[in-house]
Design a protein around this ligand. Sequence first.
Ligand code: DOR
Ligand code: ZN
Length: 429
Amino acid sequence: MGKKLIRGARVIDPACGRDEPCELLLEGGLIAAVGHDLPAEGAQIINAAGLVAAPGLVDMHTHMREPGFEDKETIATGTAAAARGGVTSILAMANTCPVIDRPERVADFYNRAMRSAKVRAYTVGAVSLGMQGKEITDVEDLLSAGAAALSDDGVPLMSAEIMREALIRMKPSGLPILSHSEDGDLVRAGVMNEGALSRKLGYKGRPAVAEELLLVRDGMLAADVGGYVHVCHVSTKGSVDYIRRMKAAGIHVTAETCPQYFTLTEEEIEKQGAMAKVNPPLRTRADVEAILEGLEDGTLDCIITDHAPHTVEEKARELPKAPSGMVGLETSLALSLTVLHHQLGWPLMKVLRAMSTAPAGILQLDAGSLRVGAPADIVLFDPEETWTVRPEAFASKGRNTPFAGWELKGRVRCTVVGGETVYDAEAAR
Ligand code: DOR
Ligand code: ZN
């Protein structure tokens, strides 16, 4: 494992509150020292003048599509996209084919990841067999096999009985059930946010209350059994309000949102069609404002991508028939920096905490920190560099981004996992 000395960077570590120019010495895959005038003998010097060095990002909500949907993405291409985006740990959802609902399939994921992943890759295990919502999986065996959390993400888990039992059986682990909160009956066949625009366009909508209903139910179940629920991809003002109140009441709930929910509104459906189709759907300006407030005051704990690649052919279908989802791994840091830091003036530390330290804490991963002895998972980025989103240059197989052509401020220059460089913007030129 090569020794590396990162020099000249502004080091920001949300885990301990450090924000100062200093050096990072990496050795044996770990952070060996953080400080000034560190010994350079035998070390490869990385000149990071003008760059920020921070813990590699932790994206706790991605879809890697392997096995079963390799035309959309593979663990190799999805994690290459992660590396380009400064993401050093990803959590892959279980809605693959077959569904990751048995310990052997968890093991199979890790075997595949060992062969092809460019960053640390973890998998979720499903809550119900085949994600059918009928029968609970073997929670304990999935966790023993290495599932980092449990979720039926992609399909709303309508059985309160299964959710309740899963919450109970997760308790010894301290890990959450990740809830894709949308009431399945209320959103059936819905393609966009329900409201004046969906009526004008003549599309069936997915109402905000569908999201709020399920997350309140799951919060109530967590409160009832002393369990822990994490709400996926929060998109509505009502959700933020309810989560704020549940937290204030002492319920063990955490929550995430995605860049698309604090940058875009439902009007993108009119402009971009299926490229803007995602579940839950893009909402209204008032929702965007509430998501920003929720992130600002900590009601929403983290920023993830819900990276959901689909093929060009699938996304070219007419709106009701096109699949939902957008890729995000290669734009999430830049979008967050552009909007939250540059436009709204948030400190870099606050943005980075929501993208690394906070999700690492939720999943109990040894990540999201630059303390001595931590894994040397690091992102180096230029907070001032501007660039234009060009989907054709993505490492992901997915080209389905609604941000094509956007000019963003903040660019990943280098990503290091376990002391090894997995992405270098210079080399990639
Ligand atoms: O838009 C979405 N796409 N939402 C989900 O929950 C699942 C995802 C997918 O798997 O494509
Ligand atoms: Zn989901």
